[in-house]
Design a protein around this ligand. Structure first.
Ligand SMILES: *[C@@H]1O[C@H](CO)[C@@H](O)[C@H](O)[C@H]1NC(C)=O
Ligand SMILES: *[C@@H]1O[C@H](CO)[C@@H](O)[C@H](O)[C@H]1NC(C)=O
Ligand SMILES: *[C@@H]1O[C@H](CO)[C@@H](O)[C@H](O)[C@H]1NC(C)=O
Ligand SMILES: *[C@@H]1O[C@H](CO)[C@@H](O)[C@H](O)[C@H]1NC(C)=O
Ligand SMILES: *[C@@H]1O[C@H](CO)[C@@H](O)[C@H](O)[C@H]1NC(C)=O
Ligand SMILES: *[C@@H]1O[C@H](CO)[C@@H](O)[C@H](O)[C@H]1NC(C)=O
Ligand SMILES: *[C@@H]1O[C@H](CO)[C@@H](O)[C@H](O)[C@H]1NC(C)=O
Ligand SMILES: *[C@@H]1O[C@H](CO)[C@@H](O)[C@H](O)[C@H]1NC(C)=O
Ligand SMILES: *[C@@H]1O[C@H](CO)[C@@H](O)[C@H](O)[C@H]1NC(C)=O
Ligand SMILES: *[C@@H]1O[C@H](CO)[C@@H](O)[C@H](O)[C@H]1NC(C)=O
Length: 628
């Protein structure tokens, strides 16, 4: 038993006192040596699920449940070469599989409503809870150990396919490893028996085990093709993966939103492969509704960059690509001389965002075209095709999305915080480096109360040295790197960044492992502090945005509410064929509207009510959209 650092809020002063004697460091999660398409290739992480353990490779990113594939998703074995390599989870082969009726299920409908993992899929899936194990490394030179997660929260897909714009479908190829949620656990009322059943998430569980300093993570997925290794830390982040300004903003319950101000094209050094040195104004080109900004979601589980048609038109007019309506994507004209020049040069697509939700500040993430030379393979296409991962439609949520393709060049992190009520949480976005990056650095701790983190002052251009071909200023040849003047790019540059703080444990980072009886008492007290209720609700419109289907935890009396028929154990044994209702979801009807933000339920006396949980609730509100 440990005294988790969530006590540093001063809730349990005696525990805080004890905890400062000990310290835990962020834990790095090693990446698999395999990478996966069919639209990448992408780096993956290996996790063992069930007893005996079944090894699966999953793509890291997303919130709430992790999505895993049951063998039945691949009735057509020829369409499943990737899925077979990544691995399936066979629930009947595990002795530790747990299912409860209260979760409901998905039958022949969109996964968008689950908000976990993979919203673009359609099919059938069930929530299951498992014993899981994965490797963590305690620092660069630290030991690699297997950690065990219990009641690991999974959406197991028995049937799931992606649908192309022309209506053809192909089976899902690989699942996703969730990196947490605004709630500590995914908690379902169980009746009988009480208490609530809790599904757990990777960062929260490691935090609860006292293995990491906070319920947080830092991720750079990197690039397989450009040999940028992935970086994932729990309870901290690798500073060298977050260059310059790190923007911090509020998360939504199911999404990571940020205002996109502009898109441009630029060249980091040397001559330009285009007949201009830079372009700005591409986001709102020919579409003033996109000015002065557009709120986008950053979503690792989605592969592409989803932007309005007008923006895609503005970008692609300069590129040797052709739009393929069947796939809703652009294929590179690999025979064109400009293709070679563009994707091998220091040219990039720049994305300028609002910095720290501040109306007067911005920062820019450059995505080199080298990272936008991705490969489509089977089962989407018959032979490998180089494509530009731009899709001229909104994502499954109805919002425009910067997905995995964008995240090759961007660092994201989240400090979920809410478990400790140190604050309402924050998520982070910054420029990530290129291939000239140390594979792994000593991670920097994210404290439970941290609302901001500090990146490194490394030069982004330096991280691409050697990986791109600098063109001569005349544009007719090329030069070696370093002897050319840097071309001004269309994007604003970040202000000078602060020097990274010294590595090591800062005073606030001391937490965690505690001793004996005190810790046990503390942990059990903590256990009753937060009584979360999670159930299905639907259709809370975000301010200023399209209606978004979400899952929420309404305020409800604890434990004793009457059960709907389908909430009891009956439903897990039943046909399970009830289609998901368009609104209301499942399990929410007994709770009225289900639209209130979640709050912990106060139980017996002596339990404090955190101040964040007042009338306004503590779910961060979505930023107000600036666009007229
Ligand atoms: C799943 O596991 C069960 C029990 O071990 C086994 O009988 C079945 O063949 C497995 N299914 C697949 C597709 O491997
Ligand atoms: C799934 O739903 C679609 C319509 O939404 C229907 O055409 C199809 O037959 C259903 N498939 C199954 C297996 O129920
Ligand atoms: C995880 O579980 C395995 C198998 O039950 C066990 O051998 C191992 O020691 C456990 N690891 C930790 C860190 O508890
Ligand atoms: C212009 O932008 C709006 C979003 O503000 C979008 O719905 C619309 O499709 C865009 N128009 C074109 C032609 O892309
Ligand atoms: C620049 O190149 C584009 C095609 O990439 C062409 O349409 C345009 O006319 C060129 N502009 C100039 C000034 O050469
Ligand atoms: C585009 O990507 C493919 C696959 O990674 C690679 O083989 C090819 O060399 C790349 N093209 C250029 C011009 O770098
Ligand atoms: C970003 O900020 C700079 C400096 O304040 C400003 O000049 C520039 O116009 C801004 N860019 C956008 C797209 O708002
Ligand atoms: C760039 O330089 C390299 C060697 O320095 C050469 O092999 C290549 O052909 C040059 N590319 C162009 C477009 O001149
Ligand atoms: C999370 O779930 C675990 C396991 O059920 C439980 O022990 C713990 O108290 C829960 N934590 C919170 C904050 O709800
Ligand atoms: C689940 O977590 C809640 C606190 O959020 C706790 O009251 C309950 O006992 C936990 N359930 C189990 C089975 O540990």
């Amino acid at each position: 038993m440990h005294c988790p650092s969530l006590v540093t809020a001063g809730v349990l002063p005696f525990c805080s006192l004890v905890s400062i004697v000990f310290a835990v460091a962020p834990q790095a999660i090693p990446f698999s040596s395999n990478s996966y398409g069919p639209d990448g290739p992408w780096h993956a992480i290996t996790i063992g699920v069930g007893t005996p353990s079944q090894s699966l490779d999953l793509l890291p990113g997303g919130s709430w449940s992790s999505d895993v594939l049951a063998p039945s998703v691949c009735v057509d074995a020829t369409a499943c070469t990737i899925a077979k390599l990544a691995g399936f989870y066979n629930a009947s082969a595990s002795s530790t599989n747990v299912q409860i009726g209260q979760t409901g299920n998905i039958r022949n409908s969109s996964f968008e409503s689950t908000v976990g993992g993979l919203p673009s899929l359609t099919g059938s899936a069930d929530w299951m809870f498992e014993t899981a194990a994965l490797k963590v490394q305690d620092g660069v030179s630290g030991q690699t150990t297997d950690v065990n997660l219990s009641d690991f929260d999974m959406l197991v897909m028995s049937e799931a396919s992606e649908t192309l714009p022309d209506g053809t479908t192909y089976p899902v190829q690989i699942g996703s490893l969730s990196l947490g949620a605004p709630q500590f656990n995914q908690s379902w009322t169980r009746s009988p028996p009480n208490p609530r059943f809790n599904g757990t998430f990777l960062p929260a569980d490691l935090f609860a085990q006292g293995r990491v300093p906070s319920n947080s993570y830092g991720l750079h997925i990197g690039s397989t093709a450009m040999r940028i290794p992935g970086s994932l830390n729990i309870g901290g982040f690798d500073q060298s993966r977050a260059l310059g300004q790190v923007s911090s903003q509020a998360y939504l319950e199911n999404h990571l939103p940020i205002d996109l101000l502009d898109i441009g094209i630029g060249v980091a050094e040397g001559g330009s492969p285009f007949n201009f040195t830079s372009k700005a104004g591409l986001l709102a080109a020919g579409n003033s509704t996109l000015s002065p900004s557009m709120s986008v979601f950053i979503e690792a589980p989605l592969p592409y960059i989803y932007l309005p048609q007008s923006t895609c038109d503005a970008i692609t007019q300069y590129l040797p690509v052709s739009y393929q309506a069947k796939y809703g994507l652009y294929f590179w004209d690999t025979g064109a001389a400009e293709y070679q020049r563009i994707v091998s040069s220091p040219s990039f697509l720049s994305f300028t965002f609002r910095l720290n939700s501040n109306i007067n500040q911005n920062f820019t993430i450059n995505v080199p075209f080298a990272l936008l030379n991705l490969t489509l393979t089977g089962p989407i296409v018959d032979r490998s095709i180089q494509y530009l991962p731009l899709r001229p439609t909104a994502g499954p949520s109805g919002k425009y999305v910067l997905g995995r393709a964008f995240l090759q060049a961007a660092f994201i992190g989240v400090n979920w915080q809410s478990a400790s009520n140190d604050g309402s949480g924050a998520w982070f976005l910054a420029q990530a480096p290129g291939p000239n990056t140390q594979t792994q650095n000593e991670a920097t701790t994210i404290q439970p109360s941290d609302a901001t983190i500090v990146g490194s002052a490394n030069s982004w251009t330096d991280t691409w040295k050697g990986a791109w071909t600098v063109l001569s200023e005349t544009g007719s040849g090329n030069t070696s790197t370093g002897d050319t003047a840097t071309t001004t790019s269309g994007s604003s540059t970040s202000p000078p960044t602060p020097k990274p703080p010294p590595k090591g444990i800062s005073p606030g980072g001391i937490a965690g492992t505690a001793v004996g009886g005190v810790a046990v008492i503390s942990a059990s007290l903590l256990g009753v502090l937060f009584l979360y209720r999670r159930s299905r609700a639907a259709g809370k419109p975000e301010p200023g945005s399209q209606e978004e289907r979400i899952i929420q935890t309404p305020l409800t009396d604890f434990g004793v509410e009457p059960r709907r028929e389908s909430d009891g154990y009956g439903s897990e044994l039943g046909t399970g064929h009830e289609p998901m209702r368009e609104s209301g979801g499942y399990g929410s009807s007994e709770l009225g509207t289900g639209h209130e933000p979640q709050r912990p339920v106060e139980i017996s006396g002596g339990v404090y009510r955190p101040k964040e949980l007042d009338d306004t609730g503590y779910i961060p509100q979505s930023p107000v959209e600036m666009a007229g």
